[in-house]
Design a binder for this molecule. Structure first.
Ligand code: MN
Length: 439
């Protein structure tokens, strides 16, 4: 786990004024990485760091000569169209660049004038998926989600016997992962309607979102060389927000015996910014396993994990229907949970994924699975909030929802705060459901 250092000091402020005062997701203590260019331009995609309502263009800053030695090599790697090369450099390089950025962006920095010309307003930027994602694995780490979904499908035995031993996952599809701001046509697929004896091909009628944390792998491992749980976090570059759009009607028909397929692979939405593991260091929590539950096998357990394995990230989902948008109404909260309620930690996912020798590569993405807490209002999907469509949820303008309707925009937000530390956030992860394309 990353150590606390001067970059986490809550007293730091930035010469970029919008980063100060606690309202921005991106104070100088955060410094998340993304890939951007000026909106509507044909400029090359390149790496940047969010600071307040601005982006520091890392290529321009590198050219301005504000970095030296290791931080300069690290910043040079960020000038490419994806962050894979930077992510592959490992924790020493990531820390060196973070420290250099923190010193350059804080109030009083001698670099202030040289860096002013390297800022691009976030409102005038567009984003790309920050890494070339070679492989994407989706886990199922919320026991509350697994239990309440299991109860809907198998009331007599909601949680399968392997759940408390194995971090359950499946291999997903990377090609359809997009970045925040996009719209997606309602997908078509096979639906078996209640009482019918044969399925038909139709647009999904049970469109849902899944609130997840995305884990970006930094350094990979060689084929045949598992990553021990105690070293797992040194292979993780950082976390983002992730909406794993799901068609529940396709899913319930297709998921046995091999798991989800076309119900999940038509779209997923990532937030533009990756918050690094070092930035998350102040918000770590003890990870516990209830004493009445089986304790993890030794390859999934370590003393450090028990002390600081969990991460305290508040996770919020908001909906804005087309009608709300037209009436100028803000998105409305439908759930608020916390990543610390996850049954398995990030390091356990990495250790389990590689225990058989499977090789992870820089830029690989692990989805946490839907994050739901123990309370009903902490559920990270409409499937749970509406109890599989049996009970509509109400929105502030009087509309109701069981599943998503055309024009609905799903907002996901995440943030960390605790006394003695700055509040940092992930930025918005937004996607809009569009009508099905004409068949
Ligand atoms: Mn998922």
């Amino acid at each position: 786990m990353a150590e606390l250092n001067e970059t986490h000091d809550p007293a730091l402020s930035s010469w970029v004024d919008s980063a100060n005062g606690g309202a921005s997701d991106f104070p100088v203590q955060n410094l998340p990485f993304g890939v951007f260019r000026r909106l509507g331009s044909q400029e090359a995609w390149r790496g940047g760091v969010a600071i307040g309502d601005q982006i520091l263009d890392l290529g321009a800053a590198h050219a301005a000569g504000v970095f030296s030695a290791e931080s300069a090599r690290a910043a040079a790697a960020c000038t490419q169209t994806s962050l894979n090369a930077y992510m592959a450099m490992g924790p020493a390089a990531w820390s060196a660049l973070r420290l250099a950025l923190s010193r350059a962006l804080r109030k009083g920095s001698a670099q202030t004038e040289r860096l002013r010309g390297c800022l691009v307003a976030q409102a005038q930027a567009e984003y790309a998926v920050p890494a070339r994602i070679g492989d994407y694995t989706d886990f199922y780490t919320s026991i509350h989600h697994a239990t309440s979904v299991g109860r809907l499908y198998r009331p007599d035995h909601p949680l399968l016997p392997n759940y408390k031993w194995v971090p359950i996952g499946y291999h997903g599809r990377a090609s359809s992962i997009g970045v925040s701001g996009l719209g997606y046509a309602r997908p078509r697929g096979q639906i078996l309607r209640a009482g019918a004896t044969a399925p038909e091909l139709a647009p999904s009628e049970r469109m849902d979102y899944e609130l997840e944390i995305a884990v970006f792998i930094g350094r990979g491992n060689e084929l045949g060389r598992p990553i021990p749980v105690a070293q797992a976090e040194s292979h993780v570059f950082g976390l983002a927000l992730f909406n794993d759009w799901s068609a529940r009607d396709f899913q319930s028909w297709e998921y046995q015996p091999l798991g989800p397929f076309l119900s999940k692979n038509f779209a997923s939405t990532l937030s533009p910014w990756i918050v690094t593991m070092e930035a998350l260091a102040p918000y770590r929590k003890a990870w516990t396993r209830p004493p009445e539950d089986p304790q993890p096998l030794p390859y999934l357990d370590a003393p450090g994990l028990r002390e600081t394995g969990a991460i305290d990230i508040e996770l919020e989902v908001l909906l804005q229907t087309r009608r709300m948008r037209e009436a100028g109404l803000a998105p409305a909260r439908v759930s608020l949970g916390n990543f610390a309620d996850s049954y398995w930690t990030v390091s356990q996912l990495v250790a389990h994924h590689t225990v058989n020798g499977c090789n992870l590569q820089s830029g690989d993405l692990l989805g946490s699975g839907t994050q739901s807490g123990p309370l009903p209002q902490q559920a990270g999907s409409l499937l749970e909030l509406s109890r599989n469509g049996q009970q509509a949820i109400s929105l502030p303008d009087g509309q109701t929802r069981r599943f998503l309707e055309d024009g609905d925009a799903v907002f996901m937000r995440g943030w960390c705060s605790r006394p003695g530390a700055a509040r940092i956030g992930f930025g918005d992860c937004v996607g809009t459901l569009l009508p099905a394309d004409p068949s």
